[in-house]
Design a protein around this ligand. Structure first.
Ligand SMILES: Nc1ncnc2c1ncn2[C@@H]1O[C@H](COP(=O)(O)OP(=O)(O)OP(=O)(O)O)[C@@H](O)[C@H]1O
Length: 251
């Protein structure tokens, strides 16, 4: 089943076309990697899908429903949740209070009988490493990312967008993150992740979409996209293709 589909999605900022007619889809149970060089338009595309920044044209379908231009709150009620490249929790609230805010406002009224217990479960699920009464402005990058993930999970999403969740993590922390993302997928949550770290992409994703200058240049299995010459060229330029073993064979 297709859980998310975009049709010719375009986002312009004044004269700049940051996302240019991107059509793509995500199947239920997928972990899809959205890749591309810096400034390619990945975050803009995700924001347009998630309702944070409505698209200029094109359409978004989530679970078959046309959700184009709907607000993040409405998307959340339809089962879409996300993390941010730079997490911004309420700084003066504790860790638990931040997750409780997401629990209370991310679920239909009355569906969670004990928001504090539900929020604690989320923190436990993401292996939050320090005390729940820590004030959020005191958290380091790793802790902020885990808090953001707990908040995203608190609304019980079926589809989760992760924006560079692993940036700034050490080798050991990366391995833990891979385990955690698989654990989330195994809860029946489909995942779209913007990611630059190849170790994560190759280990986790079953499909990839690559964009460059706002345009989709490849979509397919991880192996297909990783071996696509257009993708190599997008990351490394023409020199990469000139250096490829095939390019050095005599004609
Ligand atoms: N609010 C905005 N107003 C104007 N231009 C924007 C805005 N947001 C993004 N852009 C521009 O759109 C283009 C795509 O940016 P975007 O952040 O989506 O790329 P990205 O692929 O996510 O980059 P990175 O991997 O570096 O995070 C860039 O040229 C960026 O400067």
């Amino acid at each position: 089943m297709i859980v998310l589909e975009t049709k010719e999605l375009t986002k312009q900022f004044g004269g700049l076309t940051a996302v240019n007619a991107v059509s793509m889809h995500i199947n239920e149970g997928d972990i899809v990697g959205l890749i591309g060089p810096n400034g390619a338009g990945k975050t803009t595309l995700v924001n347009a899908m998630a309702g944070l920044n409505p698209p200029t044209s094109g359409q978004v379908f989530i679970f078959g429903e046309n959700t184009t231009g709907k607000t993040p709150e409405k998307m959340c009620r339809r089962g879409l949740s996300r993390t941010f490249q730079i997490p911004v929790p309420f700084p003066k609230m504790t860790v638990l209070e931040n997750v409780m805010t997401a629990t209370i406002f991310g679920n239909r009224p009355g569906t969670i009988r004990d928001p504090a217990a539900h929020s604690r479960q989320m923190l436990e699920f993401v292996d939050f490493p320090i005390a729940e009464d820590t004030i959020s402005e005191q958290l380091n990058t790793v802790q902020l990312k885990r808090l953001d993930l707990a908040r995203a999970l608190a609304s019980g999403p079926k589809l989760l967008f992760l924006d560079e969740l692993a940036s700034g993590l050490s080798e050991g922390e990366l391995k833990d993150m891979i385990t955690l993302i698989f654990k989330i997928r195994d809860q029946g949550i489909t995942i779209l992740m913007i990611e630059h770290i190849m170790q994560l992409i190759m280990n986790l994703c079953n499909r990839l979409v690559c964009i460059q200058f706002g345009t989709k240049i490849a979509e397919g299995t991880t192996e297909e996209v990783a071996n696509d010459p257009a993708v190599t060229k997008a990351y490394l330029g023409d020199a990469a293709l000139d250096c490829a073993p095939d390019a050095q064979q005599p004609a």
